[in-house]
Design a binder for this molecule. Structure first.
Ligand code: FAD
Ligand code: NAP
Length: 318
């Protein structure tokens, strides 16, 4: 384990569209930023397939797009480090971030771009079968369920996309949603309803995931009608949870102002958080749009905000 201390004028935490875009802009502003990638280099788009709404690409594979973004940031001079920040102290200056690698990063300014993580239902049976039939990533685990029946829970873009993708492997996909209409984009809904392998079970919540222990594996789900309470059991080997994402704000939970269930609060129209010199961008701060392009846009804003802030403040030299 390395024990080095690295100082930088600008530390960018996170390597999704927000982090890499901040890296491009901050490098071009000659801030010599350090970007720490975290345990998911490239962020959420690395667990999807086709992205059809990234301007300039009618269709691009999410992982490919993120490889290109990383290369772009590198090319502009951003130092990209494979490490994960386990703690961040914003109470004194320079700010101090501790990496899992043993490296301590000190920084005059920080851009937080830690994005969001998949939400879980919170059922004990979900926990019990995680990795044994319960998953939150169709692109990662869909292949295991070739020719089998699958259940997906959720009603947003992710759930619809996961259900459609899983028809490449499954004999049947049942989408269970707690209401009688989806929140996914209309074009996605059209594709879903047209797909003969997909059935939708409306107005149902998941009561329990059922399965066996030798070997451990899912055999079905028990769903409850939200009005009548009637229970329906649906056999399946794979159960995919796609009920949205929660902001990855643990690092700053007790240090920065948060709102809307954990999103980092920024001054409207800027990326400035409640601590001067600390900026936030992307899904970490956005409970409304949560798109690659808006995250990238905020990454740009954060780098420009940081550049302006650093220019007006005395900073520690490297
Ligand atoms: P993320 O992409 O969430 O990246 C967060 C980064 O922070 C990761 O690199 C992670 O490793 C890092 N990180 C977290 N904690 C730490 C830490 N402690 N230390 C260091 N690094 C850390 N949007 C679209 O516009 N079009 C789509 O087609 C689309 N499809 C999607 C499909 C799926 C399955 C999902 C889940 C999302 C999809 N989205 C899509 C949404 C899009 O992926 C997000 O809006 C976008 O990735 C958010 O970017 P971000 O940079 O804010 O954070
Ligand atoms: P989302 O839009 O927040 O949708 C979450 C869905 O899960 C909702 O339908 C919600 O139901 C349901 N849900 C939440 N908690 C639940 C629970 N405890 N039990 C059962 N159901 C629950 O999340 P998302 O689909 O992951 O999308 C996140 C963001 O990424 C969105 O902004 C989306 O546009 C973006 N994204 C875009 C694309 C694309 O552009 N192709 C693809 C994927 C994601 P209700 O509807 O009843 O609230």
């Amino acid at each position: 384990m390395t024990q080095a201390t690295r100082h930088t004028r600008l530390l960018i935490i996170g390597s999704g569209p927000a982090g890499y875009t901040a890296g491009v802009y901050a490098s071009r502003a000659m801030l010599a930023p350090i970007l720490v990638q975290g345990i998911q280099p490239g962020g959420q788009l690395t667990i999807t397939t086709d992205v059809e709404n990234w301007p300039g690409d009618a269709s691009v594979m999410g992982p490919d797009l993120m490889v290109r973004m990383e290369a772009h940031a590198k090319e502009m001079g951003c130092e990209i480090i494979s490490d994960h920040i386990q703690s961040l102290d914003l109470s004194a200056r320079p700010f101090v971030a501790q990496g899992d690698s043993g490296t301590t990063y000190t920084a005059d300014a920080v851009i937080l771009a830690t994005g969001a993580q998949a939400k879980w239902l919170g059922l004990p049976s979900e926990e019990h079968f995680k990795g044994f039939g319960v998953s939150a990533c169709a692109t990662c685990d869909g292949f295991f369920y070739r020719g089998q029946e699958i259940v997906v829970v959720g009603g947003g873009n992710t759930a619809v996309e996961e259900a459609l993708f899983l028809t490449n492997f499954a004999s049947k996909v049942t989408l269970i949603h707690r209401r009688d209409s989806l929140r996914a984009e209309k074009i996605m809904q059209e594709r879903l309803f047209k797909n003969p392998k997909i059935e939708v079970l409306w107005n149902h919540g998941i009561e329990e995931i059922i399965g066996g222990d030798s070997p451990r594996g899912v055999e079905g789900v028990r769903a409850r009608h939200v009005d009548t309470g009637e229970i329906t059991e649906i056999p399946c080997k794979g159960f995919f949870v796609a009920i949205g994402h929660a902001p990855a704000s643990d690092l700053v939970r007790d240090q920065l102002e948060l709102h809307n269930g954990g999103y980092v609060k920024v001054e409207p129209g800027t990326t400035q958080t409640s601590i001067p010199g600390v900026f936030a961008a992307g899904d970490l701060t956005d409970h409304i749009y949560r798109q690659a392009v808006t995250s990238a846009g905020m990454g740009c804003m954060a780098a420009l905000d940081a550049e302006k802030w650093l220019a007006g403040h005395e900073t520690k030299t490297a």
